[in-house]
Design a protein around this ligand. Structure first.
Ligand SMILES: C[S@@+](CC[C@H](N)C(=O)[O-])C[C@H]1O[C@@H](n2cnc3c(N)ncnc32)[C@H](O)[C@@H]1O
Length: 270
């Protein structure tokens, strides 16, 4: 597959490489987590326990003999824990420096590789049981690149494989390199504050830190168009939206590609 000409890919790689060289912990983690390795990796366990394990249980998925691909793995904050449960872990990231640092941890059963920032070239079709991504698409300024990752998720998943992808699930309108965003605030990471939601509107300059939003209906429609069945969503209209589902065993089991089932997906706990 040729690298998509999204324009942003060079700057995404350059900026994240610079962040990895400066202090990856500071750019990867939330500001309330102390800036040391122990707290950093422990936060990866908290996120894995909170965002992945309950989903695997809901999907009746036993990771013991399965493979997982993490898109935007960073320096392996979550890989450290995920690779203990899965038979095979593959982490990909746009930043060679992030990948170099993740590889230096020599995690058993884990491999890491650099990708273009817009596709999963190098990952074989129908080779993965689970595709996961957290705190990555929210930084991607080009929505086409995010959507191409959905299509790539469908490509690399085995039939019957499952996915859980995090993104900024706000309503948005782009004005060149600016975006008008509207959504619900107050939905932080579990345990990090109030669960009360209130509406907000804001203008953001799109860059490799402030990425694009994908509205819930658009995310579900795009997954459906790619042949993925969305079975649950969480955090709609917030910066913590999750889309979870599976690749049907056979095309006939899937969602009709012409009509996205926006209304029929279940809402899940975060
Ligand atoms: C905030 S960090 C999160 C890292 C990891 N997911 C975690 O939770 O520890 C964002 C990561 O996404 C990577 N990234 C950003 N844009 C990307 C893209 N278009 N494709 C792949 N990785 C990307 C960055 O290099 C960085 O490692």
């Amino acid at each position: 597959m040729t690298e998509p000409a999204y324009g942003w890919l060079e700057s995404i790689r350059r900026d994240w490489d610079a962040r990895a060289l400066e202090n990856p912990r500071a750019y990867i983690n939330w500001s309330d987590v102390p800036d040391n390795d122990e707290a950093f990796f422990q936060s990866g366990k908290v996120d894995y326990d909170q965002y992945v394990k309950p989903f695997l249980r809901r999907m009746q998925f036993d990771p013991g003999d399965k493979s997982v691909l993490e898109i935007g793995c960073g320096v392996g904050r979550i890989a450290r824990w995920m690779s203990q449960d899965f038979a095979r872990y593959v982490g990909v990231d746009v930043s060679p420096e992030m990948i170099r640092r993740a590889s230096a941890n020599h995690l058993p059963r884990a491999t890491f590789q650099t990708v273009s920032g817009g596709d999963l070239t190098g990952i074989a079709s129908a080779s993965m049981d689970f595709v996961f991504s957290f705190a990555v698409f929210q930084h991607v300024p080009n929505r086409d690149a995010i959507f191409n990752y959905f299509a790539e998720t469908a490509r690399v998943l085995k039939p019957g494989g499952i996915f859980r992808l995090h993104m900024k699930g706000l309503a948005s309108a782009s004005l060149g390199r600016w975006a008008l965003e509207a959504g619900l605030a107050g939905e932080g990471r579990p345990g990090s504050g109030s669960r009360v939601k209130w509406p907000f509107v804001r203008i953001r300059k799109l860059d490799t830190w402030q990425g694009s939003s994908v509205s819930p209906s658009r995310a579900i429609a795009q997954c459906s168009a790619d042949g993925l069945e969305v079975v649950e969503t969480a955090g709609r209209w917030t910066v913590m939206m999750w889309i979870g589902g599976k690749k049907p065993q056979r095309e006939a089991d899937g969602v009709p590609r012409s009509s996205a089932r926006v209304a029929n997906t279940k809402k899940a706990a975060l």
